[in-house]
Design a protein around this ligand. Structure first.
Ligand code: 5GP
Length: 179
C-alpha cells in the first residue's frame, strides 16, 4: 500500500502522509476554525507559496463567511543593528479591527512567524492567530502561540502538498519525508 519512494533532485523521499490523512486533519481544523470564528468574519492571510494547497482545502471547508488575501514575506538585513526586517508584500487590505488568521505551511523554528506577527500587530487588527498545516515542536525556538495546527510532525524535512524541495514537489497530493 502507499506510493513508492520518489526522487527529487537526486534526493530520496518516502511516503509519509497520504492525501486522505491530510484531508482528515485539514477538515478537522476547518471545523474548529468555523466554530471559533462564527460571526467574526475573519480575514485569512495566506503566506505564499507553500501554503497554497493547504489554504485551498482548508478554506473551502470553512462554513462561515470569511475573506482571503495572499501575501509574501520578504526578509532582509536591516541597515543598522536592527537585524532582520520583515516586509509583507501584497497586504493592501485595511486590517484595523479585523480578526486575522495567518495560514502557513510549516512552523519549524518559528522564526518566520516570530518576525511576521509584530508587523501584523502594528497594523491594529482585533486579533491574530496562526493556522499551520504542520508544526515541528522539537525545533521550535520562539515563544509563539500556535492555536491551530493540523498536524505535528517530527523534525524531518517534508515535501508535497504545497511544500517544495528546491522548487520541486509542490504539486504532489501526498507528503513525503527525506530518507
Ligand atoms: P521557520 O521560520 O519556522 O523556521 O521556517 C518556516 C519555513 O521554513 C516554512 O514556511 C517552510 O518554507 C520552510 N520549512 C521548514 N521546514 C520545512 C520542511 O520540512 N519542508 C519544506 N519544504 N520546507 C520547510
Amino acid at each position: 500500500m502507499g506510493s513508492p519512494h520518489i526522487t527529487i533532485h537526486q534526493k530520496a523521499f518516502r511516503p509519509y502522509l497520504s492525501a486522505a490523512a491530510l484531508d482528515e486533519a485539514v477538515t478537522a481544523l476547518a471545523a474548529r476554525l468555523s466554530a471559533d470564528y462564527a460571526g467574526r468574519e475573519p480575514l485569512f492571510v495566506v503566506v505564499l507559496t507553500g501554503a497554497f494547497m493547504f489554504a485551498s482545502d482548508l478554506l473551502k471547508r470553512m462554513t462561515e463567511p470569511c475573506e482571503i488575501v495572499f501575501i509574501r514575506v520578504a526578509s532582509y538585513e536591516g541597515t543598522a543593528s536592527s537585524g532582520v526586517v520583515q516586509e509583507i508584500l501584497g497586504l493592501r487590505e485595511d486590517v484595523q479591527g479585523r480578526h486575522l488568521v495567518v495560514v502557513e505551511d510549516i512552523v519549524d523554528t518559528g522564526t518566520t512567524m516570530h518576525q511576521l506577527l509584530p508587523t501584523l500587530l502594528a497594523k491594529g487588527p482585533a486579533s491574530v492567530e496562526i493556522a499551520t498545516l504542520f508544526s515541528k515542536p522539537a525545533s521550535l525556538r520562539h515563544d509563539i502561540a500556535l492555536r491551530y495546527v493540523a498536524l505535528e510532525i517530527p523534525n524531518d524535512f517534508v515535501v508535497g502538498y504545497g511544500l517544495d524541495y528546491d522548487g520541486l514537489g509542490r504539486n504532489l497530493p501526498d507528503v513525503y519525508v527525506a530518507v
